[in-house]
Design a protein around this ligand. Structure first.
Ligand code: NDP
Length: 283
């Protein structure tokens, strides 16, 4: 019988821990604060931002959302970021992606003060993570690691396959797992023999955004499966990348979608914001 890794429950546990950290900081008159910049009308982004605001409030983090129109110019957005980089009351700055096509995303991310880059997308923070000297950890990969840790699953020496090589999930997760002593294979859409490679994995992580890509016959018996994917199936229901029902008969542990990695991502953002506040207070 597969053990279901309950991301919602684990995220709630972390939330309670973070609330306590915020109370300790409050005694030192520090209130962690997060600025989320949302440019344009993307529906999914609006929902994500609302959720971030809600969870921040529950924890006691002061969160502000700056909503800007799709027509916002590169220069204006850069000006806003520089302004908040210099604002000592703001500890974390997050620019919600995707940005409109008219905006140079890489330039915007590089302008955020690395000390306030709670998404951990700034090249300096990515580089520090690479050499195992992380200031922050990127939220979704950190959420995956936290799920494994709190389920008493060690990654050291494990044969881990990640399907997906994006800068947000697959690549940073691979680096973090390598730093922890795992043997990591990263696959992408050009990978040959995906089935055979996945079937070798003691821990299989899928982050592709392709519903049903990972079938039960691609999974090693008793493997641990982490499904990062969020997709809508033909009936409009949220599903992951993994054929969950059939996979459950084969795996030892698996994350559901929804209720697996998703709730962890947001909690890791909150953890980074508190860390940013602590670091800035110690400067
Ligand atoms: P991207 O589209 O940036 O990357 C997808 C990756 O999957 C690419 O590397 C792509 O390969 C690979 N891929 C696509 N099709 C195949 C295939 N048939 N075989 C092997 N590899 C394939 O997506 P993201 O990394 O941003 O997100 C991935 C998924 O995770 C999405 O469903 C997203 O919604 C979800 N997500 C969930 C989060 C959460 O909190 N739970 C947070 C972030 C994302 P190639 O590079 O060759 O194109």
């Amino acid at each position: 019988m597969a053990k279901i890794i309950d991301g919602k429950k684990i995220a709630e546990e972390i939330k309670e821990e973070l609330k306590k950290e915020v109370l300790v900081l409050a005694k030192k008159k520090i209130v962690p604060s997060l600025l989320v910049i949302l440019v344009g009308e993307d529906n999914a982004s609006q929902i994500y931002v609302k959720n971030k605001e809600r969870v921040a409030k529950e924890i006691g983090i002061d969160s502000q959302v700056m909503k800007l129109s799709t027509a916002t110019s590169q220069e204006d957005l850069e000006e806003i970021i520089l302004q908040y980089n210099a604002d000592e009351k703001i500890h974390g700055i997050l620019v919600q992606l995707p940005l409109p096509d008219s905006i140079d995303v890489k330039r915007i991310i590089s302008l955020i003060d690395p000390k306030k880059d709670v998404d951990c997308f700034h090249p300096e923070n990515v580089g520090r993570m690479m050499i195992d000297d992380a200031r922050f950890l990127p939220c979704t990969p950190a959420g995956v690691l936290e799920l494994l840790k709190r389920s008493n699953i060690s990654v050291e020496g494990k044969n881990i396959v990640i399907v997906g090589r994006s800068n947000i999930v697959g690549k940073p997760l691979a680096v973090m797992l390598i730093n922890l002593g795992a043997t990591v294979t990263v696959c992408n859409s050009k990978t040959k023999n995906l089935k055979e490679i996945c079937a070798q994995a003691e821990i299989l992580v899928s982050a592709t955004g392709k519903a049903g890509l990972i079938c039960a016959d691609m999974i090693k018996k008793d493997a641990i499966v982490i499904d990062v994917g969020i997709n809508r199936n033909a009936e409009g229901k949220l599903v992951g990348d993994v054929d969950y029902i059939r996979a459950c008969d084969k795996v030892s542990c698996i994350t559901p979608v929804p209720g697996g990695v998703g709730p962890m991502t947001i909690m890791m953002l909150m953890r980074n914001t508190i860390l940013a506040a602590k670091n800035q207070a110690n400067q």
